[in-house]
Write a protein that binds this ligand. Sequence first.
Ligand SMILES: *Cc1c(COP(=O)(O)O)cnc(C)c1O
Length: 406
Amino acid sequence: MPIDQSTMRSEPNTGPNARGRFGEFGGRYVPETLMHPVEELEQAYQLARTDPNFKAELDRLLKDFAGRPTPLFPAQRLTERLGGAQIYLKREDLLHTGAHKINNCLGQGLLAQRMGKTRLVAETGAGQHGVATASVAALLGLECVVYMGEEDMGRQAPNVFRMRLLGAQVVCVSSGTKTLKDAINEGMRDWVTNVHDTHYLMGSVLGPHPYPMMVRDFQRIIGQEARQQILASVGRLPDLLCACVGGGSNSIGLFYDFIPDTSVKMVGVEAGGRGPDLGEHAARFAGGKPGVLHGSYTYVLQTEDGLIASTHSVSAGLDYPAVGPEHAALFRRRRVEYTHVSDREALEAARLLSQVEGIIPALEPAHALAEVVKRAPGMPRDQMILVNLSGRGDKDLGIFQSAGIL
Ligand SMILES: *Cc1c(COP(=O)(O)O)cnc(C)c1O
């Protein structure tokens, strides 16, 4: 769907600057060996982003392969049930492979191909980013290696099988906590060693510059479409945007084009897990402080001594100790409010949406829905909340079952 220029306003101008900084956050904290690969990537991306051929090819694949544009759905029964603001769902759950991650994978996959790379390397936690990367690799005829923690491979066996069926090699990471953080370390190590033919396909707005900017640009389509859709159907902008924040890609994708619209409030929802103690949640803005993880200066959950803390969330996609640096800057500027909801509240919200709208959400966006459940009743009926439904719940059926929510 072409974006109608008449509904566009000023370009958001939140950076990053030439050194990859969003305010004081972001940057490029990498060893010497990674400096050349990230510089090469930045140059290639700067050329691609202004090349009409690149944009046309990406638009074509987003439409024909991924299924864009996604609908904006007025959730009328949920609205009635909560008795306040009108709720609209941006249906990223309807995309190929089940979540917004495919938007970014198509963008980076095409870029890798342009750079003459024949091999994609990616990290994955729950396996959603791995499946999206493996699908794009198959589509473009590229080799694919996905690093995954041993712990995660055990709990996400169906996605491991999907990746293998798609032709990817899944490498088991047994170091550290055997989860996503360690998988990223291994993936980066592979990239340094094989940079001549390999692209590292980062799954969220994390890592050294240019990744946070580039992944945001590939996810902006969510907010661009949503803005146009709500203006076309209602004739005005929403009052509140709501999205879950893991690394922060689906949320920044929704928020970005609304940043200049001062009437639009935004709330990012982190994983409150089992409670406020360190190790029991992934609420970086509530319990973290600035530090460096995976090449970027941002809010990080850490111990008194600066060791990276362990995290917990019922939702694997939100279970990571750092957050994208652009969110850290938006938090500091107070342009976006960040909050968190518990495992329990997210599970309950997922059950509610399933039963009143016939849509089973993934546990990640169920966190955003849980925040809407809290806020909508207190808002006037003529106000609008637009929620990003970032993915579908098929992958979480086992968790719903064992959580005993029925
Ligand atoms: C991975 C994932 C997330 C979390 O990642 P972000 O980069 O914060 O968007 C959220 N929702 C779904 C469905 C996911 O698969």
